[in-house]
Write a protein that binds this ligand. Structure first.
Ligand code: SAM
Length: 379
C-alpha cells in the first residue's frame, strides 16, 4: 500500500505531471464533472479543479484519501472535491463524468486490475463520448546489458554459499523471475538492440493482445543479459511521454533475464516471443539468437511458471476443473460475511466467531480476521 510520501514522489515526477497537467487542462472545461480513479492524495483532482471542474469525484481505497479534503480546503476548493474511500468497482456515482482521469500503472501498464478498472469506468462512470485519460500505452522491448540486474542473482546465491551450502536448486529458478529496475537503473547506454513495440493498450477497449513475436537487431556489440520493457504513454492526443531506459521517471523498467548472457556480434538478431497476462503477474519469453547469416546460435524458453517450484497437488489446485472445498479459515470468513448484515458490531462478530473456533485462536487474531473482512467486503 502506498504511503503519503509515495504519493508525494508521484506528484514530484516532472515529466509525468507535465503530461497530465496539459491533458487535464485540454479536456476539463468550466463546469465539467470529473472522476479521478486512484486519486491517492489528490494531485490530479486538484489539477482538474484548477482547469474548471464543477465537481471531482476522487475515488481511492487507500486511507491517504482522507488527506484530500484537508488539501482541498488548504487550496480553497473543498466544495468541489468529493471523496469516495473505496474502489471504482464498488462506487455508485450520482452522475457520469465528462472526464475520467487515472494513473493506475505500476512499472508497466499491466498492473493488477488496471485495464479492467478502466473498462468498467468507461462503461459505468463516463458519459458516452467522454474523455478517458490516459488514452493509450504502447509497450516496448529491447535487449540490454543488465549486469547490474543479474548481480542480484549472484547476491541471492551468496547467502547460501557464505554458510557453506550449495544453492543450485534455487539458482536454476532465479532466471525465470521478472524484476523491476528500482535500485539498479537500466541506463540508455545499456541498450544493445533496436527497441520493438510489443503491445498496444487502448484504455477502455477490449483486452489487448499480449502474445507477439518481435525481432531485435543488434545496434551495439556487447553482452545481453535480458530484456528491458517499458511503456510510451499517450495521455491525450499529442501528449506523450515514455519510460525508456535513461528516462528518470517515477516508473521503473521491467527486466526479464536470459537463461545465460548472450554475446551480440555484428548483424546478430534476437527473435523473442513474449506473452503476459493483463495483470502483469505471469510472463513467458522465448528467445532465439541468430547470427548475421540467420543460423541459430542458441534458443531457450523461460517463464515465471518455471520460476516457482510447484507440486502435482498445487498444479491440480490451480486447474479450472478443480472442485475446491472450504478450509477452516474459509468457514470463518463465511461466518463473518453472514454476520455482516448491518446489525452486528465488529465485537459481536468476533465473539460469535470465538464460540465456534478452536481455543488456540486468540481473540486478537479473530478480531484481525473480522477487520480484514470488513476492510475488504463491507460497504
Ligand atoms: C499510482 S497511484 C496514483 C496516485 C495519483 N492519482 C497520482 O497520479 O499521483 C494509483 C492509485 O490507484 C489506486 N487504485 C488502484 N485501483 C483502483 C481502483 N479500481 N479504484 C480506486 N483506486 C484504485 C491505488 O490504491 C493507488 O493509490
Amino acid at each position: 500500500m502506498y504511503s503519503v510520501l509515495d504519493y508525494g514522489q508521484m506528484a514530484a515526477c516532472g515529466v509525468r505531471m507535465d503530461a497530465y497537467k496539459r491533458a487535464i487542462a485540454g479536456a476539463v472545461k468550466p463546469g465539467s464533472i470529473v472522476v479521478d480513479i486512484g486519486a491517492g492524495t489528490g494531485i490530479l483532482s486538484l489539477l482538474a479543479v484548477r482547469a474548471g471542474a464543477r465537481r471531482v469525484h476522487a475515488i481511492e481505497p487507500n486511507p491517504a484519501v482522507w488527506l484530500i479534503p484537508e488539501l482541498a480546503a488548504e487550496n480553497g476548493c473543498a466544495d468541489r472535491i468529493e471523496v469516495h474511500p473505496t474502489t471504482s468497482f464498488e462506487v455508485e456515482l450520482p452522475e457520469r463524468a465528462d472526464v475520467v482521469i487515472s494513473d493506475l500503472r505500476g512499472s508497466l501498464s499491466l498492473h493488477g486490475d488496471h485495464l479492467a478498472t478502466l473498462r468498467d469506468a468507461k462503461e459505468r462512470l463516463l458519459k458516452p463520448g467522454g474523455t478517458l485519460m490516459p488514452m493509450r500505452d504502447r509497450l516496448f522491448v529491447a535487449a540490454v546489458d543488465g549486469r547490474a540486474m543479474t548481480a542480484t542473482f549472484e547476491r541471492s546465491a551468496e547467502g547460501f554459499l557464505e554458510h557453506g551450502f550449495s544453492a543450485r536448486a534455487a539458482q536454476s529458478l532465479f532466471r525465470h523471475t521478472v524484476l523491476g529496475d528500482w535500485s539498479s537503473k537500466i541506463h540508455a547506454s545499456d541498450v544493445l538492440t533496436t527497441a520493438a513495440p510489443w503491445a498496444t493498450i487502448e484504455y477502455g477497449a477490449a483486452p489487448p493482445r499480449l502474445d507477439e513475436e518481435v525481432e531485435l537487431t543488434t545496434t551495439r556489440l556487447g553482452t545481453a543479459d535480458g530484456l528491458a520493457l517499458w511503456f510510451e504513454a499517450t495521455i491525450a492526443d499529442g501528449i506523450v511521454f515514455d519510460t525508456a531506459p535513461g528516462m528518470a521517471l517515477v516508473y521503473s523498467r521491467t527486466f526479464l533475464p536470459f537463461v545465460e548472457p548472450l554475446r551480440l556480434d555484428e548483424g546478430d538478431r534476437l527473435r523473442v516471443t513474449l506473452r503476459a497476462d493483463e495483470r502483469g503477474t505471469r510472463w513467458a519469453w522465448d528467445t532465439h539468437h541468430l547470427n548475421a547469416a540467420g543460423a541459430t546460435k542458441v534458443r531457450f524458453r523461460q517463464s515465471t511458471f518455471l520460476g516457482m517450484p510447484t507440486s502435482p497437488s498445487a498444479l491440480l489446485r490451480a486447474s479450472s476443473s478443480h472442485a475446491p472445498s472450504r478450509s477452516p479459515r474459509g468457514d470463518r470468513v463465511q461466518q463473518i460475511l453472514n454476520l455482516m448484515d448491518g446489525d452486528h458490531s465488529v465485537d459481536e462478530i468476533t465473539e460469535a466467531l470465538r464460540a465456534s473456533s478452536p481455543a488456540s485462536m486468540t481473540r486478537d487474531a479473530l478480531l484481525e480476521e473480522v477487520r480484514e473482512a470488513v476492510e475488504r467486503y463491507a460497504r
